[in-house]
Ligand binder design. Structure first.
Ligand code: ADE
Length: 244
């Protein structure tokens, strides 16, 4: 997958050199290219923003600079364009899976009050453009949101996770545990500071372990995310589930 990121803070993306994503880049599974938006500004101050029409606080990113940057980065190509913004559609595991199937993504990181809306209109007629929010809070810019999305998408690419089954059990992954949060996990030693690992996990009984994990996942979902628990299709629950 090719991934272009346009930003005024390329330094934010240093973490993409480490861990799973760093390894995927070195192996060639992921081709990440980070671009400095100011390289396309023409004045001596490398200005990328201006005051908003209609008044109000803050600054808005100028369309001309963005247009030249995007044109140069994409050439004749047509990546799917993602604009991180708190006003966007929610970033979910489902969207991460959809984006992981794309051959080429372009992230346009806004700062200040955002990017002049005509940029999204202009490229919306040529590319698939999505404005995406990673949660109901406001960050100082799109860079951290792009790091979050890149990690969520990157770990789904073929060969990136060491164990192909790791992504299957994830909270929010499709399958029998769909829409359930993952339950607690344990490793050795069996007793630590007087706290014991649940006995069933030491039993070697795969059926009972699976049942226990599902029960714990349900319990955790009810406690931490009651709205998710309420949305579970009752048809997918068995008698045991219903007691939780
Ligand atoms: N930029 C600022 N806040 C954001 C958020 N919550 N999600 C995506 N991009 C953002």
């Amino acid at each position: 997958m090719r991934l272009d990121i346009i930003t005024i803070f390329p330094e934010y993306f240093a973490p993409l050199d480490v861990s799973l994503i760093g390894k995927a880049r070195r192996r060639g599974t992921l081709d990440v290219r980070v671009h400095q938006l100011r390289d396309w500004a023409h004045d001596v101050h490398k200005t990328v923003d201006d005051t908003p029409y209609g008044g109000g606080p803050g600054m808005v990113m100028k369309p001309e600079v963005w247009g030249e940057a995007i044109d140069d980065v994409i050439g004749d190509g047509a990546p799917r364009m993602i604009v991180p913004t708190p006003s966007g559609r929610p970033f979910t595991q489902e969207l991460a899976q959809e984006l992981a199937r794309e051959p080429w993504l372009l992230f346009a990181c806004g700062r200040y009050e955002g990017i002049d809306s005509r940029v999204m209109t202009e490229y919306g007629s040529r590319l698939r453009v999505d404005e995406v929010s990673i949660g109901d809070y406001v960050l100082a810019g799109g860079e951290v949101a792009v790091l979050v999305m890149t990690e969520a998408i990157g770990r789904l690419l073929p060969g990136v996770l060491g164990n192909a089954f790791s992504a299957v059990d994830d909270s929010f992954a499709p399958g029998s545990m769909r829409n359930l949060l993952e339950g607690p996990v344990y490793t050795k030693p069996p007793v630590w500071r007087g706290h014991e690992v649940p006995e069933i996990l030491l039993s070697g009984h795969h059926g009972k372990v699976a049942r226990w994990r599902r029960d714990e996942a349900l319990r955790r979902t009810v406690a931490a995310r009651p709205e998710l628990a309420a949305a579970i299709d009752p048809e997918t629950l068995d008698k045991h589930d219903r007691r939780i």
